[in-house]
Design a protein around this ligand. Structure first.
Ligand code: DGY
Length: 323
């Protein structure tokens, strides 16, 4: 029996390609760049499965042009690059990689909260520029983590992990807002209190965004929301670009409307709003919240196992739109 053909749209660990080659004829992107839409469409012809990473938009037009496609496995927990409705209509299975990155991403989110509050990037740039000549009583004085109020917008697995780190590890008061309230046992385990979005904005000393991107969450944080925050507050986004209005944030940072921000994701990334690159009070990282070697391997393996599970055994591990 001939093996089904699959496409791996981005470079990935060689052992994961080798695993896929045991079951499939594998065509893979050997470069480090994402393919253009045209290249992706051409390479998808005749493929039963695709391994994507979040840069590839899977929508009705693409599905129409790729009638052999039966599954797309995203190597990411977020799947805003998928039109899941269109995939379901075209009978194409969608999978993502939940759970395996929760703790790694929560670790990073918490690290970014700390780096932002304690002005780590700004002070490092200062030192590297040779500007450090003496100790000074208020040099890079930031705000405290311990005893402060940690606000979390979006309370899925990663948000809960961040709440636990803040409340249990650093004695923070954790408050959260989410589409739906957690059950009392989960709230107690996270030591987190449900509040309205307005209260969250008003009371957070450090606000972190961990909600999925959708048309409803587009610019969930813009000038009007920032105006409700404390002038001493910090804002961290590890969720998705587009949830924050980056232009409004850059202006708020420049005007010292809030103290500082930490960003791992951007509107239109890998492009970054030019104003964010020139304000000092922001820590900028290139979408690396899940980037540890073990976690990236676990994500890649789970995406590959979804292809094998579905195309070989008829049973995907983490489907988003089960039949
Ligand atoms: C995810 O898993 O959604 C991350 O953002 C990708 O690294």
């Amino acid at each position: 029996m001939t093996k089904p053909a699959v496409l791996v749209a981005r470079a990935v660990f060689p052992e994961v390609i080798a695993k896929l080659e045991q079951h499939f004829i594998v065509d893979h992107n050997q470069g480090d760049e994402a393919w253009s839409r045209e290249q992706l469409l051409a390479r998808l012809q005749g493929k039963a499965g695709a391994f994507t990473t979040g840069a590839e938009r899977i929508d009705a037009d693409l599905l129409k042009a790729c009638p052999d496609l039966r599954i797309v496995a995203n190597m990411a927990v977020g799947y805003n690059n998928f039109d899941v409705k269109a995939m379901t209509a075209a009978k194409v299975l969608a999978t993502n990689t939940p759970d395996v990155l929760t703790d790694t991403t929560a670790d990073f989110g918490f690290a970014l909260v700390m780096a932002t509050a304690r002005r780590m990037a700004e002070s490092e740039r200062y030192l590297r520029a040779g500007k450090w000549t003496r100790w000074s009583y208020d040099m890079f004085a930031g705000s405290d983590i311990h005893g402060s109020t940690l606000g979390i917008l979006g309370m899925g697995r990663i948000g809960q992990g961040i709440a636990r780190r803040g409340a249990h590890g650093f004695g923070m008061k954790a408050i959260y807002h989410n589409r739906s309230r957690l059950d009392p046992a989960t709230e107690a385990a996270c030591k987190a209190t449900y509040v309205s979005k307005e209260q969250l904005l008003r009371e957070s000393d450090h606000l972190i965004l961990v909600l999925p991107y959708s048309p409803e969450s587009h610019h969930a944080i813009g000038a009007a929301e920032i105006a409700q925050m404390k002038p001493t507050a910090t804002l961290v986004n590890i969720a998705r670009g587009g949830i924050v209005d980056d232009a409004a944030l850059a202006k708020a940072l420049r005007d010292k409307r809030i103290a500082a921000a930490g960003l791992d994701v951007y509107e239109g990334e890998p492009k970054v709003h030019p104003d964010l690159l020139t304000v000092p009070n922001v820590v900028l990282t290139p979408h690396i919240a899940s980037a540890t070697v073990p976690t990236r391997k676990a994500m890649a393996n789970l995406a590959a196992d979804n292809l094998v599970g579905f195309l070989v055994h008829g049973k995907p591990l983490t489907p988003l739109n089960p039949e």
